[in-house]
Design a binder for this molecule. Sequence first.
Ligand code: MTE
Ligand code: LUZ
Ligand code: MOS
Length: 773
Amino acid sequence: MKICVPTNMKNIDSYTHVRGESVYLDDIPLLKGTLYAIAFDSPLAHGKIISLDLSEAIAMPGVVRIFTAKDIPGENQIGGIIPDEELLASTHVHFCGMPVALVVAESEEAGRLAVKKININIEPLPVITDPREAQAKGELIVAPRTFQMGDIASAWAQCDQIFEGSTETNGQEHLYIETQGAYAIPMENGAIRIYSSTQGPTAVQRTAASVLHMSMHEIEVDTTRLGGGFGGKEDQASAWAILCALATYHLKKPVKYALHRMEDMRMTGKRHPYSSDFKIGLDKNMKILAYEATFYQNAGAAADLSPAVMERTLFHCTNSYFVPNVKATAYSCRTHLPPNTAFRGFGGPQGMFVIEAAIAKAADALGIPASDIQSANLLRTGDEFPYGQAAESEANECWKKTEELYNINALRREVEDFNNKNKLHKKGLALMPICFGISFTKTRMNQGRSLVHVYTDGSVSVSTGAVEMGQGVNTKILQVVARVFSLDPNRIKIHSTNTYRIANTSPTAASAAADLNGKATEIACLEILNRLKIVAGEELNVPADTIEIKEGKVYTNGQLSILNWDDLVIRTFTRRVSLSEHAHYTPPGIHFDPAKEKGHPFAYHVYGTAIITVTIDCLRGIYEVDSVKVVHDFGTSMNTIVDLGQCEGGIVQGIGWMTMEEIVYDKEGKLRSNALSTYKVPDIYSVPKEITIHALDTKKDNLAVFRSKAVGEPPLMYGIGAYFALRNAVKAFNPTVDLPFDAPMTPEKLLMSLYPPSTKRNKKEQGEFTQAQ
Ligand code: MTE
Ligand code: LUZ
Ligand code: MOS
């Protein structure tokens, strides 16, 4: 098939983005009579509601009504995987920020003033914020799971060296630029349309129907695009959408709720913090013979997506390494934090951090660079993952190319030279290989759908189950149409994601939206193309298989015919042949048996290697990431601009998680880092000074759309290397330091680790410092 679509096509939204014309939830023109909703949320993390006094609030000017759990006509339940989360707290509150009541007012300001007048009396109950404590008390969301391969018990005896340790990784605020929000509109016969900033329109539809005791066909959910989701709107967009719908249901009025940043930070869950233990055993040749890990996932107060996130931690617990003997156990621990949720990587990064820590610990003890151990254990094609799938590996290819292309030996020398010459600045370097499985780990979720219409003027309209959230999925889907029809991209339009047009969608997540919905689109277009060719054959009196449609023209046996795309479309319509198709795609060959914890859950894996170098300032504790140099396995990228953007964004977000973003809850379960003044995200100044991304040259076949591998999540995990690069820089300053594996490595922590009170040298320095004062 001739390709007329360039692989460097700009994101189709770039024009309206730059002009500020792209429509987000808050840009939807409001209907007359629109009311504003705002949640009253629990000030305590755990307790029994003794009384809720709404009288003062309801008397405030502009207040229309205040809804509580009693006003819910159906199930007061929004739990997706497990029904354990109320929409509005009925008798107990389980986290600070849990919605208890919904004020609906004529203006946002009136609503916000009224919320402050609600009085709640809660009898406090004990608060747990630590996952290990929750596990010890039996507070588990689901039964623990264990992935096992080989025979760990006997493997330890064969190891020359065994190392044990513990790690902490903190959560991460999604910080999508567009906060959570929704706008519900009453339709005829009691139906409701919800505009929702959601990654999962079907989840919103299904849950709204069950909360309102309505049928799914009465709830239309429509999503044009999100100002970012990053997983935070995979499950947690539902509450706000359904709160609006609840008010619309009762009041028969349009109701809008767009959260303020502090409400969003306080009321929504984040990336799961994990506490973990590891044990790693090596032989003389640096081969990892055995690896054992225990993960304590801080799930928060309800399941949300935690069981699935926990599962992906286990899937990625050996990162891109082959380990013959593995035992990994994960606990999803119920605490009194807001339910934690999907976040780019979905538990994978948390699993990968632990084995990287184990390798770093071993390398420290053996006095070798971690990369000696990393490179000796990379997966080869045919190697088995602990869950039974055989790898189609590019791990060695990416690693080798990285070493060559970026001249790793010269880089190491540079770092060493710098460290020899400088006392108060040190550099550190780390390599970070990644391996990420593509597919929802729940096999049944791997479905995509697409509805393609060719109109009689030859223009094309496409609806799919994919949600555009800045990642460029609509651009890729448009490219699919343009390629199959060999048509000018300007004649193709991707429409909003709408549950009346595309039913039963999986959320746009797991980096799989372009594959699933792109392939469905390809199927739909091929079907229509086939009909067009049959009609062309009949019109031109030639066999259909001699017809080719190229760049808007129709050819027979390579010869230009009298027909063009527009004529052919009209003639097809005139012959009463359908110009529309709805297609469904499921990736072949994937399966998983949770009873055995074995199967072939992923359509394929994405690989890559990064070298990260950092410079630390040993007086101030601040640091810079000098460079991130990557060889990444894109398969065959169908859009290099979009894919590079995803890599760069993912890398910066990963570095943010590992270095500066620090979520702090106090012992009472109250979020202390509850605003952008107390929660630091990477800005333009903290972006690495250099990011170089090289595409691995591979001709291998794969199951991705046009062999262009999923790219949304995997690059985030390169950011883990920044943690270890910082660690290496600290050790260059203070070689004897015993650094705990406690991410993020904030400047404060880094400074403390440079001058730990226990080391002799630093006692002296601290003394000098005090004297100097
Ligand atoms: N890129 C942007 N700009 N905004 C986002 O919200 N989400 C990420 C990633 N890249 C996100 C993003 C996450 S968490 C996922 S799962 C994928 O995009 C989802 O989109 P895809 O399946 O089309 O890759
Ligand atoms: N969501 C989900 C995900 O429900 N299942 C997954 O496997 C997944 N993986 C990554 C991101 N979101
Ligand atoms: Mo992404 S965490 O799958 O939304």
